[in-house]
Design a protein around this ligand. Structure first.
Ligand SMILES: [Zn+2]
Length: 392
């Protein structure tokens, strides 16, 4: 499982000759579709070999070795990755050989460049971290681990037993006491479940989704330590005694996606707000300028389109415009596969934040009600201080 630190680490791999190979594959959920997927990958790898045919001999040899490694790693592990997106990154001379499955589509493609292509990894990190589900009620709790399409039951916790208050007996006072005691036992059960969940989450970057009856969810969430509550990415109502694992998987994923869309809408609303005050910009060119000046505090990716562009060999200026020389310093420009990926990498390395709002953006093509912002802009950036608007 990947986290943001791993992406930063990957950005440390650089080869000036451009012999870093990134293969992204959406592995089908059904084994019968593997063959077709491998044929597609072989075609993409052959196209990459063809595109590099004029490169120096050492670069071609390096890329050939990288292609062999990613292809073999894919064939060896494909059955472990059914239903996942996978990044396979290789640069033999840099000692880079990594395979990372994620729970989000990555769009099958091959990229050879100076460093690993990281945009699909960052996107997966933002959209779909694996998570635990806790379904709680007053006496029991069920814990599941969800990873993409798969769900696994981890454990069932049972609180101290107490008789149902409806059997409390004849005296109102005793009934009050029994009810009171039942509530206390439920609280204790929620607390101990919360402690178990805290331990589970401590060791990894997973999120948390909570299900159950409405009152139980509220009481349980109230017992979660702050650090755990920050990782709560959704809640859903379910009857624990009739639920199936499939129900839990679907309901939790829907709850998580709903929360995610709300979050994206908030991010886009903030962009719009800040843009009105000159503290955010939209569009690949304006964002490029903000990043070139080290001014982008947060880059917001609004759709998943690849945007071709250029990188100055001398000063590192990023620009979408084809030109003979760098508009900033006159140095030579080299084409880059995806300017959005370059912007993301720069912002991460500058210590800025990245966000993905492609599920709700007008540009995302989801057509959802509530779409905000200028349609068609692939990126926006929140900037550190007011920028002088570029002349257009
Ligand atoms: Zn330049």
């Amino acid at each position: 499982m990947i986290d943001a630190r791993q992406v930063e680490r990957l950005l440390g791999y650089r080869d000036p000759d451009g012999a870093v190979l990134s293969l992204y594959v959406d592995v089908p959920a059904q084994p019968v579709a593997i063959r077709e997927m491998l044929v597609r990958v072989d075609n993409l790898l052959a196209e990459q070999a063809d595109a590099a045919r004029d490169a120096p001999h050492t670069v071609r040899r390096e890329l050939a070795e990288a292609r062999t490694w990613v292809r073999e790693a894919l064939a060896t592990h494909v059955r472990d990755w059914l239903g996942h997106g996978v990044a396979l990154l290789a640069a033999p001379s840099l000692g880079l050989h990594e395979a990372m499955p994620v729970s989000w589509p990555v769009h099958t493609r091959v990229v050879a460049d100076r460093r690993p292509y990281v945009r699909p990894l960052l996107s997966a990190l933002h959209h779909a971290r694996p998570y635990y589900v806790v379904v709680v009620e007053r006496r029991e709790a069920w814990i599941f681990r969800v990873d993409g399409e798969s769900i696994e039951s981890v454990s069932k916790l049972v609180g101290d037993g107490v008789r149902d208050s409806s059997h409390a007996g004849w005296a109102g006072y005793e009934e009050y006491n029994t009810r009171h005691r039942a509530a206390e036992l439920a609280r204790r059960h929620y607390r101990s479940t919360a402690a178990t969940v805290e331990k589970l989450l401590a060791a990894n970057g997973r999120d948390l989704v909570v299900g159950g009856h409405e009152v139980g969810i509220v009481e349980f969430v109230g017992q979660l330590p702050d650090a755990v509550r920050r990782r709560l990415v959704g809640t859903f109502v379910v009857d624990p005694h009739t639920m199936t694992a499939g129900d839990v998987r679907d309901l939790s994923a829907r709850a998580r996606d709903r929360r995610r869309r709300e979050h994206e809408l908030r991010v886009l609303a903030e962009v719009a707000d800040r843009e009105a005050n000159g503290l955010a910009v939209s569009g690949i060119e304006a964002c490029g300028q903000a990043v070139n000046r080290g001014q982008a505090a947060m880059l917001v990716v609004r759709d998943d389109a690849v945007v071709a562009g250029f990188d100055c060999e001398t000063c590192g200026e990023l620009t979408p415009k084809a030109a003979a020389t760098c508009p900033h310093c006159g140095g030579p420009l080299r084409p880059v596969y995806d300017l959005v990926d370059e912007l993301l990498a720069r912002v991460v390395q500058q210590g800025g934040q990245v966000e993905f709002a492609d599920q709700v953006s007008g540009a995302g093509g989801s057509g959802e009600p509530g779409s905000v912002g200028p349609a068609g802009e692939p990126v926006s950036a929140m900037v550190r201080s007011r920028l002088v608007r570029p002349d257009r």
